[in-house]
Design a protein around this ligand. Structure first.
Ligand SMILES: NC(=O)c1ccc[n+]([C@@H]2O[C@H](COP(=O)([O-])OP(=O)(O)OC[C@H]3O[C@@H](n4cnc5c(N)ncnc54)[C@H](OP(=O)(O)O)[C@@H]3O)[C@@H](O)[C@H]2O)c1
Length: 171
C-alpha cells in the first residue's frame, strides 16, 4: 500500500504562492520538505514544476511526476500525466511505501481528496499572495504530531514562528 501525503507550507492568511513562487524562504522548511520527500515520487502541477529553481528542477533523488492539461507540455527529467488520478494510480502501482503531492493550489485541491497524511507547515505570519490553499475540512483530519519552531525568512528579512504539523485522515 502506497501512502499518499500532501506536503505544504501555508501562511496564516492561507497564502502559498505569489508570481509563481513561494512568498518566503525559510531554510528549516526547505530542509523539512527535502527530508520528508527524499527518495519518494513527488506529484506536482506544471506551474510548480516550472517554478522550481534550476538546481532543483527536476527535484534530485525523487521521481518527478508533473500533472498538466497541456498536451504539448514538456518537462525534462519528469514523467507527465494529463490526469491527476492516473498519476496517483501510477505511484500506487509502483507499490512504493510513500508518495507526495507537492502542489500547487490546483493539485493540492485534488490531493486532499486522496491523501492519507497531511504534512502542514503553518507559518504564523500573513503574506501578500496570489495563490491560496483551498479550504481545509479539519473534521476529516486528526493531528498526530506538532513541532514548534522559529527561524529567519531570509526573503523578507523577518523572524517568523512556524509549526510542522502532521495530520492523518480520520477513520
Ligand atoms: N507554499 C507551498 O508549499 C507551495 C508548494 C507548491 C507550490 N506553491 C506555489 O503554488 C503556485 C502554483 O500553483 P497553481 O495552482 O497556480 O499551479 P499548479 O497546481 O502547480 O499547476 C496546475 C496545473 O495542473 C493542471 N491540472 C488541473 N487539473 C488537472 C488534472 N485533473 N489532471 C492533470 N493536470 C491538471 C492545470 O492545467 P490548466 O492550467 O490547463 O488548468 C495546471 O496547468 C506557485 O506560486 C507556487 O510557488 C506553493
Amino acid at each position: 500500500m502506497t501512502e499518499i501525503t500532501v506536503i505544504v507550507a501555508i501562511a496564516q492568511n492561507g497564502a502559498i504562492g505569489k508570481n509563481n513562487d513561494i512568498p518566503w524562504h525559510i531554510k528549516e522548511d526547505f530542509l523539512h520538505f527535502k527530508e520528508k520527500t527524499m527518495g519518494c515520487p513527488c506529484i506536482m502541477g506544471d506551474k510548480t514544476y516550472d517554478s522550481l529553481p534550476d538546481f532543483a528542477r527536476p527535484l534530485p533523488g525523487r521521481e518527478n511526476i508533473v500533472c498538466t492539461l497541456d498536451k504539448n507540455y514538456k518537462a525534462d527529467g519528469a514523467k507527465i500525466f494529463h490526469d491527476f488520478d492516473e498519476a496517483i494510480t501510477y505511484v500506487k502501482e509502483k507499490n512504493v511505501p510513500k508518495a507526495f503531492v507537492i502542489g500547487g493550489a490546483t493539485i493540492y485541491k485534488l490531493g486532499m481528496g486522496v491523501a492519507d497524511v497531511f504534512e502542514l507547515t503553518r507559518i504564523y505570519h500573513d503574506y501578500d499572495a496570489d495563490t491560496f490553499y483551498p479550504a481545509i475540512d479539519f473534521s476529516k483530519w486528526e493531528e498526530v504530531n506538532k513541532e514548534d519552531h522559529e527561524g529567519m525568512d531570509v526573503k523578507n528579512k523577518i523572524k517568523v514562528k512556524f509549526s510542522f504539523i502532521t495530520y492523518r485522515r480520520k477513520g
